[in-house]
Design a protein around this ligand. Structure first.
Ligand SMILES: [Cu+2]
Length: 163
């Protein structure tokens, strides 16, 4: 698990830094005034084979996770992050909760549909060093539990200065 996660990190950061997604971002944002408030964006594309993730976010940034189902069946997305709170959901997609509304939470999306989940995650500093570290946000399909993905919340503030 750990090895795979590290390999993923190396792939994702250069992609996100390239600015390649900027045109796609503006296309999506113009469709909603509220969406324009999002500071960061993560794209999650679902096929019947699994997830493909582009982008990352930073601690404290209001983040739009744009989820597209390009598969042929209903897929879901569930994450510990959702328990902490999705600020808002736009577009298609159905929120699924556990019994009595607690614990488990997922979002189901029909084929061809898109939804946007907004969240904000505060920095989590290491109590020993005071340094905020990059966090991995794991997620999975609650319908097909072999489908897994993750994206990163990258702490960048520690890299500023020193010049
Ligand atoms: Cu699925």
């Amino acid at each position: 698990m750990k090895v795979g996660a590290r390999a993923f990190k190396r792939v994702v950061i250069p992609l996100a830094a390239g600015g390649l997604m900027l045109t796609a971002v503006s296309t999506v944002l113009t469709s909603s005034a509220q969406a324009a408030e999002a500071e960061m964006k993560v794209d999650v594309t679902i096929t019947d084979q699994g997830y493909s993730v582009k982008g990352h976010t930073t601690p404290g940034a209001l983040t739009a996770v744009v989820v597209r189902n390009q598969g042929s069946m209903t897929h879901g997305i569930s994450s510990p992050l959702f328990k902490a709170g999705v600020v808002k959901k736009e577009g298609a997609g159905v929120e699924i909760r556990g019994e009595k509304g607690k614990g488990f939470r997922a979002y189901h999306l029909e084929p061809g549909q898109t939804m946007t989940l907004y969240f904000q995650k505060e920095a989590h500093a290491d109590p020993g060093t005071g340094i905020s570290e990059t966090m991995q946000v794991p997620f999975w399909c609650d319908i097909h539990q072999h489908m897994k993905g993750e994206f990163l919340i990258v702490e960048t503030r520690g890299e500023v200065g020193g010049g």
